[in-house]
Every structure is written in structure tokens, then in C-alpha cells.
Design a binder for this molecule. Structure first.
Ligand SMILES: Nc1ncnc2c1ncn2[C@@H]1O[C@H](COP(=O)(O)OP(=O)(O)O)[C@@H](O)[C@H]1O
Ligand SMILES: [Mg+2]
Length: 346
């Protein structure tokens, strides 16, 4: 019911009662009508004024509370904007909306809290593993392994490998924290993507060979593909993706890199014929420290941050990355880059 209707009904009841009482004592039909009309008008105006004032004083408090407004000009503006014919209904909707917003805020905070806790747990776990290994080898050397030079060398090699892993992890953590805090500046340049891909392939060739994997980038890509991005960061993206395709590839497998020209973007695909990824893991693949097979992935090495870094870099470029994969058949990681317009400086 609207405020006006409510006031009218009240005024009507009072006016009717008064008029009837008047008629009972006076017995005059004109008096009845006159009393009725005058009382109705006066009651309507007075009730309306009083009720409205009462409601507004309550509503004001609610608005003040949910909007953190100062009573005064702010509030008048807000009330002017929100309150229509039906202030109670308005305020109900407002409060519902306010509750919804607060609930989403709280949910997001809870999620962040969980994220932070997981992240801390993951970091300490990741640091612990290689650190304890190094500790173990050093202790073994201190005890008696030194007497056997062959064994001593083996232990030192293993300790050194674990130190390498530690520094890799710290390097990746450093990149990710810089990317997340927005501290890392992108150094946009126009460059030839095909040249960069060839450079990265050359750099990764040895590692690929050692895992009997062939890196393929067809000859047809000899014409320049000009993109506009941060060259070093995109180099990192390619290295991380190709590195994964080698690590999770199969014996005598292949990794193919392809580029496609879209309207104003270039699509880059890194496809392997390796282990593939179960569908249920795909949505979480780009999360920090996510691994499909914890023990195996950790054994192969890597910080578990590679794909998270890749995603961050591409998002900073306002580009996207997607993954398609079939378990046992292989995976394709595809990302976009902005095509350089000819007017861009090199
Ligand atoms: N090409 C791929 N084939 C199969 N699994 C992959 C591939 N790339 C990534 N993964 C899975 O995604 C996980 C996350 O990758 P990444 O963030 O690079 O971490 P890391 O390489 O250090 O394990 C890997 O541990 C692996 O389980
Ligand atoms: Mg990786």
C-alpha cells in the first residue's frame, strides 16, 4: 500500500466517524457532509505530514548507516534520488541491495584470506623440500662421505641441483609478486614474433634433445609477424610454455609452435603430444603452485609458478591464454598478442 492510500484511509475513517457522530446529535445532512469533507481534508494533510516526517526520520538513519552519509546536504541528495512515492518500499530495496553488496564483499575477503593462507603454506612447503635436501647432503659430507671422493662429488652435485631449484623458485616468486603488485612495467615495443620464436627454440633445443623431443616451427613462418608487446616478457611466456611441453612431453614426441593472423591480433599456439591434462584440472591450471600430479611434477622440477606467471604477463598485456588438452594425446596452449600497426615505431 502506498503512503497516500494509507493516509487517505485513516483520514476517511476519522472523518466518517466524526460526521456520523455529528449527524447523530444534530440530525442535519448538510452538517454531516460539511464535517466529513472538512475533517477529511484536515486529517489527510496533518496525517500525511506527521507520518511522512516520522518515516523520513527513520529512513534517514537507515540511509545514514548504509551509505555512510553525513546528515545534511549529502543525505538530501541521496534521498532526493532514491525516495519516490513509496519510501518504505524504496528503503527495503536499498537495504536488500546493500546487504547483497556487503555479502559479496565478505565472500571476496574470505576467499582472499583462504588464498593467502594456501599461498603461505605452499611457499614454505616448496622452500622446505630443496632446503632439507641440501641440508641432508651437507650433513652426509660432514659425517663421512668426504672420504669417498666419488660419493662426495655426487652429493655436491645433488646439493647444487637443489640450490638451483631454490633460486629458480625465488626468481619466479619475485616475478609473480612484481606482476601482482603492478610494479613490473611493460616495455612495449614493435617486434618480429617469428624471430623471437626462433631465438627461443634455439635456446631450448638442447633441453628438448635431452628429452628426445623435437621442436617444430615450420619454414612457412619466414615472413615477419609484427606484434606490439614487451619482448622480454613474451620471451618468458614462450620459454615457460615450451619448457612445460618438454617436461610433460613423451619420449620421441614433438612440440609445434604455430602462429595465426586474426583481425587485429596474432594467435600463438604451443602444441605437444605429451601426457595431456585431465579435464577436471583445466580450470585450475593457471593457479599458483597448481600441479596435476604433485609428486611427479615436483620431481621433474619447476616452481609450479610457470603458468601463473604466463597468465599474469598476458593479462598485463590485456591478452588471453587458453588451454585445450586430451589426456594421453597432448595439450595446446594458445595465447593472443596485439598486432603491430604499421604506424607504430620499432
Ligand atoms: N604441456 C603440458 N602437458 C601436461 N601437463 C602440463 C603441461 N603444462 C603444464 N602442465 C601441468 O600444469 C602444472 C603447472 O605448470 P607450471 O605452472 O608451469 O608448473 P611446473 O612446470 O613448475 O610444474 C604442471 O605441474 C603440470 O602438471
Ligand atoms: Mg612450468
Amino acid at each position: 500500500m502506498k503512503l497516500r492510500e494509507l493516509v487517505f484511509i485513516n483520514a476517511f475513517v476519522v472523518a466518517l466517524t466524526l460526521a456520523l457522530v455529528n449527524y447523530y446529535f444534530q440530525g442535519n445532512i448538510y452538517d454531516l457532509l460539511l464535517t466529513f469533507i472538512i475533517t477529511l481534508v484536515i486529517c489527510y494533510i496533518v496525517f500525511y505530514y506527521l507520518i511522512e516526517r516520522y518515516i523520513y526520520s527513520k529512513i534517514k538513519l537507515i540511509y545514514k548507516l548504509i551509505h555512510n552519509l553525513k546528515l545534511g546536504k549529502d543525505l538530501k541528495d541521496a534521498l532526493g534520488e532514491y525516495v519516490s512515492d513509496d519510501p518504505i518500499n524504496d528503503v527495503e530495496n536499498e537495504v536488500k541491495e546493500w546487504a547483497r553488496v556487503k555479502k559479496t564483499e565478505i565472500d571476496a575477503l574470505k576467499q582472499q584470506e583462504q588464498f593467502r593462507r594456501d599461498f603461505l603454506g605452499n611457499i614454505s612447503h616448496e622452500l622446505k623440500t630443496p632446503l632439507f635436501a641440501v641440508q641432508g647432503y651437507i650433513e652426509a659430507l660432514q659425517d663421512d662421505a668426504m672420504e669417498d671422493p666419488e660419493l662426495a662429488k655426487q652429493f655436491l652435485d645433488k646439493a647444487s641441483k637443489n640450490i638451483d631449484r631454490l633460486s629458480l623458485l625465488i626468481k619466479d616468486l619475485d616475478s609473480i609478486s612484481k606482476l601482482e603488485s603492478g610494479e613490473m612495467q611493460l616495455n612495449y615495443k614493435k617486434f618480429d614474433l617469428t624471430v623471437l620464436i626462433k631465438e627461443v627454440i634455439e635456446q631450448m633445443e638442447l633441453k628438448a634433445k635431452s628429452q628426445t623431443i623435437e621442436l617444430i616451427f615450420k619454414d612457412k613462418y619466414h615472413i615477419p609477424t609484427l606484434v606490439y608487446a614487451d619482448r622480454d616478457k613474451i620471451c618468458q611466456v614462450l620459454i615457460n610454455l615450451i619448457d612445460n611441453s618438454i617436461k610433460y612431453g613423451k619420449e620421441n614426441g614433438t612440440t609445434a609452435i604455430k602462429t595465426f593472423e586474426l583481425h587485429d591480433q596474432i594467435l600463438v599456439e604451443v602444441t605437444d603430444d605429451g601426457a595431456g591434462i585431465e579435464e577436471k584440472h583445466l580450470p585450475r591450471l593457471f593457479e599458483r603452485f597448481f600441479r596435476t600430479d604433485q609428486s611427479r611434477s615436483r620431481q621433474i622440477g619447476g616452481s609450479g609458478l610457470g603458468l601463473a606467471i604466463v597468465k599474469h604477463i598476458l593479462e598485463a598485456h590485456q591478452q588471453t591464454i587458453t588451454v585445450r588438452s586430451t589426456e594421453g594425446l597432448g595439450s595446446t596452449f594458445a595465447f593472443t598478442l596485439a598486432r603491430a600497426k604499421s604506424s607504430f615505431p620499432i
